[in-house]
Design a protein around this ligand. Sequence first.
Ligand SMILES: C[S@@+](CC[C@H](N)C(=O)[O-])C[C@H]1O[C@@H](n2cnc3c(N)ncnc32)[C@H](O)[C@@H]1O
Length: 168
Amino acid sequence: MEALLPVYEEAAVSRFYNDALVAAVESVVAALPPGRLLCVIEVGAGTGGTAASVLPSLELSCARYTFTDVSEVFLRQAEPRFARFARFMQYELLNIDADPRLQGFAAAQFDVAVATNVLHATPFIRHTLRNCRRLLRPGGLLLVNEALATSAFAQITFGLTDGWWLFA
Ligand SMILES: C[S@@+](CC[C@H](N)C(=O)[O-])C[C@H]1O[C@@H](n2cnc3c(N)ncnc32)[C@H](O)[C@@H]1O
């Protein structure tokens, strides 16, 4: 799968924005009081392009990194790939279009939520953002790495997937 879908990790644009996300995570880590560890959730983590970028920066500062996706296949692929970070990795199904509390997630348990190119694949962005917020502690951060405009190229490639057209 990785060999087939390097686009979220190796394309120049993906690298640029994943690096920006890493910089944001590193600024959160740098502001932590001594001994404080972060609980992080990634929504729609998919092929793991963003996780691969941010995990090295969290290695010493993470109590828990919950790698989630609506599709189980990505969780199965991610677990061996990120075995080096097994101390703090968890893998869970999560549909961010629905209330996480109804999917086994306690409210307000994460310091940081990361979402790369997933929030647009839901019908109602307002519901989706509310669901992200439910996962966060007061003062928690949602780091969104998301396309804000479309293009002909995107329409004839990603536009072939159902998720592209789910917005209402
Ligand atoms: C465009 S891919 C991005 C994958 C990953 N964030 C990355 O950058 O490598 C979108 C991902 O969102 C997931 N997804 C789609 N709808 C979702 C939903 N309602 N809740 C959670 N994940 C979803 C898909 O399974 C897919 O893995």
